[in-house]
Design a protein around this ligand. Structure first.
Ligand SMILES: Cc1cc2nc3c(=O)[nH]c(=O)nc-3n(C[C@H](O)[C@H](O)[C@H](O)COP(=O)(O)OP(=O)(O)OC[C@H]3O[C@@H](n4cnc5c(N)ncnc54)[C@H](O)[C@@H]3O)c2cc1C
Length: 378
């Protein structure tokens, strides 16, 4: 393996995570990143690790993968914090999904029934019980679901840690270096076309987030079906008397945007997110920010007083069935790790461990087999 040359296209959490695991195993790894590593979706995210709160009965395989990745988080945090010599802000207070009026309670009940049918460990709470756990919640909260094992990590710290750990293990990172084209010869990937010419590789990994379908050189049937899904976000500064400990998510039957509030250890309160099919448009809108602030204020009225620190947008890499695209492709020596949509931070450990294993052993594990590109090829 030491002599194999691996090129990864894209330096988000997925590319960096795989690169770190491979470089640590002794492989020669180079990541090409079009802009600055980890500053796209991986920077924009809220860092929720929420397979239970986001469970959908029609996505059982994705739920299973999310739960498996969450199980691997303690090992991941330990290993990454050791290698990078820094904390990544992993927090285990859990998540409360709250409703504010009768319509919301119906929707919440629907979610709770689905979660129970899926055998998930969740708890129904009255509004009062929810406020006993999180005193900042509004008196209007009528009911809640406690997802005690839906944790969170500070995704920006995780990006920094991954970059450090990757480079400390000997991984090479070229920033401001876009890959223009994947080069194939007779159905075999042989390398990439960079601004500085052709670079040969034994294995290529496409981890370019929502831009994965734009990299040229692939046969039409092999282009990954990934599109950008815009999310607007903002951060508030928590102050004495107005602090939140758990991740809070709202269910709002009558409004276009349900929101979440994610408290960071450094005192920031992340509020997100819209979900918009707007192509590669990354503009913030008055309506988007308004919906976020209204939703946050309804659930936690105290936020009205808090300083607004930052607003931003990000583009989720959404696949056709909301699940990631992982593993081998019809092009020999080309591996995909893309399309992680709204769960890419949650799915980083399982993706990094399993894709690294695939490249080191040549074997596709049962864990990632259901997520290969061939599920879209008729
Ligand atoms: C608003 C928002 C909130 C989210 N919240 C959560 C959450 O709470 N929990 C969760 O689990 N997930 C969340 N996500 C999803 C998560 O952020 C993504 O699924 C994850 O970051 C995807 O990682 P990635 O490395 O594939 O993509 P990215 O981080 O987008 O990285 C892809 C990289 O590839 C580079 N690139 C693209 N084209 C090329 C090229 N041709 N050559 C070289 N480099 C290239 C880009 O510059 C980019 O840096 C959220 C996403 C958004 C936008």
């Amino acid at each position: 393996m030491e002599n194999k040359k691996i090129i990864i296209i894209g330096g988000g959490v997925i590319g960096l995570g795989i690169g770190w695991q491979l470089a640590k195993a002794g492989a020669t790894v180079t990541i090409y990143e079009r802009a600055q590593a980890g500053r796209a979706a991986s920077w924009a995210a809220a860092g929720m690790l929420a397979p239970l709160a986001e469970a959908h009965s029609e996505e059982p395989e994705l739920l299973k993968l999310g739960c498996q990745s969450l199980e691997r988080y303690p090992q991941w945090v330990n290993e990454l914090e050791n290698d990078a010599e820094m904390s990544i802000g992993y927090r285990v207070e859990g998540t409360l999904v709250v409703g504010l009026e009768p319509d919301d309670t119906h929707q919440l009940r629907h979610l709770y029934t689905a979660q129970q049918d899926l055998g998930l460990d969740v708890e129904w709470l009255t509004g009062r019980e929810a406020r006993e756990i999180e005193s900042a919640l509004s008196p209007r909260v009528t009911a809640a679901i406690r997802c005690a094992t839906d944790y969170q990590v500070d995704n920006r710290l995780m990006v920094t840690a991954l970059q450090r750990a990757y480079q400390a293990c000997g991984g090479v990172l070229h920033e401001n270096s876009a890959i223009e084209k994947i080069v194939t010869v007779n159905g075999v990937a042989t390398g990439v076309q960079t601004q500085n010419g052709f670079q040969a590789a034994d294995v290529l990994i496409l981890a370019a987030g929502c831009w994965s379908a734009q990299v040229e050189g692939l046969p039409d049937t092999t282009i990954p079906p990934v599109r950008p899904v815009k999310g607007q976000m903002l951060a508030l500064q928590m102050e004495e008397g107005i602090t939140v400990k758990n991740v809070i998510r709202t269910v709002r039957a009558r409004y276009p945007t349900s929101v979440y509030l994610v408290p960071r250890t450094d005192g920031r309160l992340i509020v997100g997110a819209t979900s918009e099919e707007m192509g590669f448009d990354t503009r913030l809108t008055a309506g988007g920010v308004f919906e976020l602030l209204r939703g946050a204020w309804e659930a936690v009225p105290g936020v009205y007083e808090l300083p607004l620190l930052e607003t931003w947008t990000g583009l989720r890499p959404g696949s056709r069935d909301n699940a990631p695209i992982l593993g081998k492709t019809p092009v020999e020596n080309l591996v995909y790790a893309t399309g992680h949509y709204r769960n890419g931070i949650l799915l980083t450990p399982i993706t990094a461990y399993e894709i690294a294993k695939l490249i080191l052993t040549g074997e596709t594990s049962e864990t990632i087999a259901p997520f290969q590109l061939d599920r879209f090829i008729m």
